[in-house]
Design a protein around this ligand. Sequence first.
Ligand code: ATP
Ligand code: MG
Length: 583
Amino acid sequence: MDSRELRLKFLKFFEKRGHKIIPSSSLIPENDSSVLFNIAGMQPLMPYLLGEKHPKGSRLVNLQKCIRTIDLDEVGDNTHLTFFEMMGNWSLGDYFKEEAIKWSYEFLTDKEEGLGLSKNRLYVTVFGGNEKVPKDMESVKIWEELGISTNRIYYKSSKSNWWSAGENSPAGPSTEMFYDITGNLGDMSQEEFEKAEEEQKVVEIWNDVFMIYKQEGGQIVGELPKKNVDTGAGLERMVTMVQGKDSVYETDIFKPIIDIIDIYAKNAPLKYKRIIADHIRSVVFLLMDGVMFSNVGRGYVLRRLLRRAIVLADRIGLPEYIFGNSEGHSFLTEIKNTYEGIYNIDLPFLHLFINEEETKFRKTLKNGLKEFEKGTDPFILFTTFGFPIELTEELAKEKGIKINREDFDAKLKEHQKLSQTSSVGMFKGGLANHNENTIKLHTAHHLLLAGLKAVVDSSIKQKGSNINEERLRMDFLCDHKLTDEEKKKVEGWVNDKIKRDLSVIQKEIPLREAEKLGAEMEFGTKYPDIVSVYFIEENDGTPISKEFCGGPHVEKTGLIGGLKIQKEEAVSQGVRRIKAILI
Ligand code: ATP
Ligand code: MG
């Protein structure tokens, strides 16, 4: 069974049991400014787990793209990836433990409808209780009835088998499934099991969370009116088990990537090959979800991943510019093939941006490495030679040198203060911030895009945006620097629409219909089946702006007051950035 079949099998299995298939959300959280990336399937569904009604009903199934930078140090082992897909089935106040556990078990072991994994290689853990919450004996009973023997059920503390997403979130116990990848572990005591887990002889493949309790200020204050089930199973790990492999890198998902590396560097250390393979795949998915290389936030993670891959690739003798290559032995083509029909992967776009970033890095890489050898300050390596601090740390670690991270962080902070490019505001911005000015700027942002299209070029596409209380920032694809006249005209166009006090109207419509209407989408973003679209309409009802957007917005454009373009500059080849403020 290959990964494609497994993915389908999972969706079909739960579809047959009354679940509606929903698409993956973007890697970039839509309404959650607390995290850089979605790290689990639960995140984009949070509003529904908290009680909002999901348009598709109370039983859902999906695969969610995830990025876990927290696992970066483990990448290169058999089971941890930076980017992975998490399969999940969801009960929003519908079924509970009984069905959830039974279906997990069936999907894992059933030969017809499931994966047909060996029952003799399965182990489970359950919540072992604490002062406030008893042991999860209900789950134990269900597992036993399914045929899992008592001595393969282990009780674990809240460290691993308790879930909550913060002080004011639902919470509850989880039960986790593990698989013996060696095939000969047999019955184990709890101690032996924990050792096997540490040695990665058993691997966690699935986690069923039961959201039962309501928490306030970190304290359980009662039970939820509606209890939910949230499950998460890593696709890549599951494929590894089904294909009888020892590591995710030997599956059909990674083999084509590793094969390319092997053409040039068959005998290179396994760990380097794996990290390179992991990172290029992550880079592809981050770029496709609209992240751009930069020195802060998400863009910095992207930069770190590619630059680390480049350093390792050089070290094992891969050709320069192999990552952005889209002909011949191309990582990009292989990745595209693997996800054909599942995720949109745009080769020319990736080719352009990856090569450009490599060029940027190569300008300073050789000298940077020389400086590193001389013991140059990591902060200089960062600012002058473009070495992400984590990369310098890694290089230093190999030489047994420790980097003074506090010193670096302090210098960086000072530097950011001086150059006034502090990224602090970044995570406060975005749609989660409902401040009056940010709402005005959101609507102004829509007008600005419409203005650019009307005045400069109708094919202009938005590439990213960031809004805080002070200003809006829009990145867009455009082949030239705006002339002063163009800037003036766009500004005039926007202010004219503001003055005319036009209506801003929101509609929830099916994605296909919205696409047909030609609503503005963010380039490289995947959207759900039902989308919210904001229309700004002339007084006769003709829309001048249609954009996919969750809002909120002002009701009338007049409330914006006025907009001034402060700056127009290049971000990278083909991408321009406008900063604008309210006046
Ligand atoms: P582990 O202890 O192995 O790191 P976890 O407890 O962090 O796993 P969960 O947060 O429960 O994992 O995530 C649910 C599922 O997602 C896991 O059972 C696993 O199949 C998968 N998963 C988690 N982290 C990764 C990763 N870094 N790469 C690939 N799959 C992962
Ligand atoms: Mg983990």
